[in-house]
Design a protein around this ligand. Structure first.
Ligand code: AMP
Length: 252
């Protein structure tokens, strides 16, 4: 039986070990970067891709949220506490801080099971640093999947998003409602609206996204790695389109 992705090493960093223990094998393992403005449904696609290809979804936002959950019992470094201040304000965490977290987790990039980077890189400097790090570790990206959607549809999606504080599953009041309103299907606990999904924070995030991510889309396009996917329709439809696009366009 194939091992299941386990993100302990990614979320905790340091000497944390995961149980994935992937040694490779018959199946070609994928290495993707996912791009998309907040609210395009990138997280949902990451989850679906992760299940389909049995690869870890590596989200930098999840590292910050995991640290935030621990911040009361505070094992966080001063740099991480500063990073959480940026995150709570909806601003991007400085490249230097993000990159130090990634370097510390380079073994996840080398993992024989492949990876799905979600939320990193976010800036051109991060993309360049990632390229160098992958080269040093002897791995190559298959593709950069860029999910695209008009701004007004993004805002509608974000305003209804609700997250489970325990399993981190994301629901939507209209398009992906939980069985019981406001309650996680799996954990039975109350869902919440993330601080960075509140209106003021959304505006800051969208502006930061536009400013920082456009150059990085151009960077990957120039390298022939960028695959644009229209993020319109139900998550299942977008996923089918994603699979078809990977099949026809991604580098093997
Ligand atoms: P996300 O879940 O990817 O939307 O990330 C939530 C928040 O974490 C962002 O709004 C940023 O404050 C911070 N963050 C996550 N990834 C990065 C990154 N690669 N660079 C800078 N800030 C990040």
């Amino acid at each position: 039986m194939q091992p299941k992705p386990d993100r302990a090493a990614w979320l905790k960093g340091g000497n944390a070990q995961c149980n994935f223990g992937f040694e490779g094998g018959g199946q070609p393992q994928h290495r993707f970067v996912l791009l998309g403005a907040p609210g395009v449904g990138k997280g949902t696609q990451a989850e679906l891709l992760s299940q389909r290809f049995n690869i870890c979804p590596l989200s930098t936002g999840d590292i910050f949220r995991a640290s935030k959950a621990l911040a009361g019992g505070c094992e966080c470094s001063p740099a991480m506490l500063r990073a959480l201040d940026y995150m709570n304000a909806g601003a991007l965490v400085p490249d230097e801080t993000v990159l130090s977290l990634i370097v510390e987790r380079a073994k996840c990039l080398r993992c024989g099971g492949g990876f799905l980077l979600d939320g990193f890189p976010r800036t051109l400097a991060q993309a360049e640093a990632l390229e160098k790090l992958l080269e040093e570790n002897g791995v190559k990206l298959d593709a950069v999947l860029s999910y695209e959607l008009p701004l007004e549809q993004i805002v509608a999606r974000l305003s209804g998003r609700r997250t489970c504080p325990q399993c981190k599953k994301v629901f939507h009041v209209d398009s992906r409602p939980p069985r019981q309103a406001g309650i996680c299907d799996d954990c039975g606990v109350a869902l919440f609206l993330r601080d960075d999904d509140r209106p003021e924070a959304i505006r800051v995030r969208m502006a930061a996204y536009e400013q920082s991510t456009t150059p990085l889309v151009n960077f990957y396009r120039a390298k022939g790695l960028l695959i644009s996917i229209e993020a319109k329709g139900a998550p299942g439809e977008i996923f089918d389109q994603t699979l078809e696009t990977i099949r026809t366009k991604a580098k093997p």
